[in-house]
Ligand binder design. Structure first.
Ligand code: GAL
Length: 673
């Protein structure tokens, strides 16, 4: 049995709970906490996330008494512990003894004390102290009956420009390139006289007076992600060395640019997401859906864990809007619908002081007699009804490419035809029509297998390695449909322009050669005409594109590129490529993308359902769980539901159609056809 199967069995379905910080409270409060946790159906808490100073108040002096007591208390009450190593917040004595642990920022400024994540991941001293506290915790609690999971550190993220980072960067570069000649080639150091003759000449890329070498900058992004991963692995291996049947993971963030989660995921038993959709943003649930699909995909379709969300408002923004009644439940069900095996929160009890004193909690300042707590109790009850769906997952026919290398290349290295590409935005532009069409979507990296997919969507993949190019090309040749947007396949993995004209990697694939990239002036709008006479507009970007084997699906109707293709259709091997050479207006782009999906033989499983009713399915060999989620404040009447089944939330039989309250939901179990 896998470690995660054992965890699921232990919690009896979905994990439900949150970060618990008893060190902020008097022990008398702990009793009340545990009583209310039971009332809410909490079965797991994440303990000790930032508790280093409470566990080791002075170097080498440990105070475990309080944690012993709380671990016992939780266990006696049937609540499992996701025990954190506290290494995301080093105590003040550590930074006082060793100020070099503080990260130096790109401009040379050193962090001060009073926040969190104030460590240089490459610092040997930080790593030594982190290993020591991790070892102590593992020694003491590995066999405590409450222990169900290890939560390593918290939201790995710091980027540091310290001397120790330079030393570690050089080590990383030696491993990557072997010799300096290869590095000089990879970084094109003949440009601006940057040639290195000794490894010690290489430093992390501080803010330069002019531009930074784009290949060095790119490698620094890769290195930073790997340096953080080294910290995670070191702590993971310590806890594993004591006991290896307990799942180990850390918590990731939404659209987080600075750690390549594809590389991290294989090192964890499950991936876990912290997500805070902004209730003030009407589309935040669509980007949440993408994140959930990404997290399901990071470990090849295995269920993932929603590790943190807010019960209501957060406190880190300028304006922190509450989640109106029903919104927290709907967001929780949405995560489950896309294969989360948990609903967890930051945090259990609202803090009285500190930076996050106004962050909502499962148990808010207003106590148990509050709207939020009542909603939490209701959710805990509903999760038990949904328990049969835990451990199940889904698989799509459409894949969207999402790559950290591509993200860094596009946004972090400067010197490209326009510097305002937003990778997350472009990915969402491609994902949204699929979401609105209720299409199941998986997310892939350029190193993922594409077997079993019918459609691959490639949003602005500027930087992609040869292996990625080969996979995409083979996919089309073997009969797949590739939907690709402009400025793809331009540079190799070292950020060097691919030879023989744009788009170097994909010229044959798209059946066209691009003479020049023509970013648009602000406010420039182009008329585009489709072969069937439909008209649309485009902005922002045009390729000066010359068709080879491709045919024009649409052409520019005005401007200097009038008559040239704006959308290309290329038959390639047994497959097809649809290439967008300009930024089409949203509606026309969505329609074209969906038409290509349909032509590839992929049908939406939920035809006729309005876009704001999100539909998704998870299941196993025997059963499917169909989630219908009404994101609108209006009642959704007569939502077509193909087939019949039982709504697990109400126990009622459903066939043909369902009605959903404003922000309402149905979770229908039906036998797999
Ligand atoms: C997360 C973090 C939590 C808490 C939360 C607030 O990023 O892990 O500790 O700060 O945000 O929204």
């Amino acid at each position: 049995m896998s470690r995660m199967d054992a965890f699921r069995n232990r919690v009896g379905g979905f994990a439900f709970g949150g970060d618990y910080n008893p060190e902020q409270w008097d022990p008398a409060v702990w009793r009340e906490d545990v009583r209310l946790m039971r009332e809410a159906g909490v079965n797991v808490v994440s303990l000790g996330v930032f508790a280093w100073a409470s566990l080791e108040p002075e170097p080498g002096t440990y105070e475990f008494g309080w944690m012993d007591e709380i671990m016992d208390l939780l266990h006696e009450n049937g609540i499992s512990v996701n025990l954190a190593t506290p290494t995301a917040a080093p105590p003040v004595w550590l930074t006082q003894l060793h100020p070099e642990v503080f990260p130096v920022m790109a401009d040379g400024e050193r962090f001060g004390f009073g926040n969190r994540l104030h460590y240089d991941p490459s610092s040997p001293i930080y790593r030594e102290y982190a290993a020591a506290i991790t070892t102590k915790l593992a020694e003491r609690y590995s066999f405590h009956p409450a222990l169900a999971m290890w939560h390593i550190s918290n939201e790995y993220g710091p980027t540091a420009y310290n001397e120790a980072a330079s030393v570690n960067f050089r080590r990383w570069l030696r491993r990557r390139y072997g010799d300096l000649e290869t590095l000089n080639e990879a970084w094109t150091t003949r440009f601006w006289s940057q040639r290195y003759t000794d490894w010690d000449q290489i430093e992390v890329p501080h803010i330069p007076r002019t531009w930074m070498n784009p290949s060095r900058r790119l490698d620094f992004k890769r290195f930073t992600s790997d340096a953080l991963l080294e910290c995670y692995i070191a702590e993971r291996d310590i806890v594993r060395s004591f006991r290896d049947d307990i799942p180990v993971l850390t918590n990731f963030m939404r659209f987080y640019k600075h750690a390549d989660y594809w590389k991290w995921a294989p090192e964890e038993d499950a991936v876990a997401l912290d997500i805070y959709p902004n209730p003030a943003d009407a589309d935040s649930h669509v980007s949440a859906a993408f994140q959930f699909d990404l997290f399901r995909s990071l470990k090849g379709g295995q269920p993932w864990l929603l590790m943190e969300q807010a019960a209501s408002a957060v406190s880190q923004w300028q304006l922190n809007i509450v989640k109106e009644p029903g919104r927290m439940r709907l967001g929780s069900l949405q995560a489950l619908s896309r294969a989360s095996d948990s609903v967890m929160f930051f945090q259990w009890r609202a803090s009285r002081g500190g930076q996050e004193r106004f962050h909502s909690a499962m148990l808010p300042h207003s106590g148990p007699d509050s709207r939020t707590f009542r909603e939490i109790v209701d959710l805990g009850r509903e999760l038990k009804l949904l328990a049969p769906a835990a451990g199940t997952t889904s698989r799509a026919e459409i894949a969207v490419l999402f790559d950290w290398d591509g993200w860094w290349g596009l946004e972090e290295t400067a010197g490209i035809p326009r510097s305002d590409f937003g990778y997350a935005d472009t990915v969402m532009r491609h994902y949204t029509p699929l979401w609105e069409g209720h299409h199941p979507v998986d997310v892939v990296s350029s190193a993922s297998s594409l077997e079993g997919y019918k459609v691959l969507v490639v949003p602005n993949a500027y930087l992609i390695d040869d292996e990625g190019v080969r996979r995409i090309t083979e996919f089309a040749r073997d009969g797949g449909t590739v939907i690709m947007s402009f400025f793809s396949g331009v540079v190799d993995e070292c950020n060097r322009v691919r030879p023989d004209g744009y788009p170097g990697a994909f010229r044959e694939l798209i059946g066209a050669k691009i003479d020049e990239y023509w970013p648009a002036r602000p406010h420039e709008v182009f008329a585009v005409e489709f072969a069937d006479g439909r008209r649309a507009t485009s902005t922002w970007w045009r390729d000066d594109l010359h068709l080879e084997t491709g045919k024009a699906l649409a052409t520019y109707a005005d401007g200097l590129l009038a008559g040239r293709a704006a959308v290309v259709d290329n038959r390639f091997g047994a497959g097809r490529v649809v290439y967008f050479a300009t930024l089409l207006e949203e509606a026309a782009f969505g329609a074209e993308l969906l038409a290509a999906v349909e032509a590839a033989g992929v049908r939406s499983p939920f035809p006729g359902v309005p876009a704001h009713v999100e539909c998704s399915v998870r299941g196993d060999e025997a059963d499917e769980y169909v989630f219908l989620l009404n994101h609108s404040g209006e009642r959704a009447e007569s939502v077509p539901f193909p087939g019949e089944g039982t709504d697990l939330l109400t126990g009622e039989r459903v066939s043909g159609a369902v009605e959903l309250a404003p922000l309402g939901a149905a979770v229908i179990r039906r036998a797999r056809a």
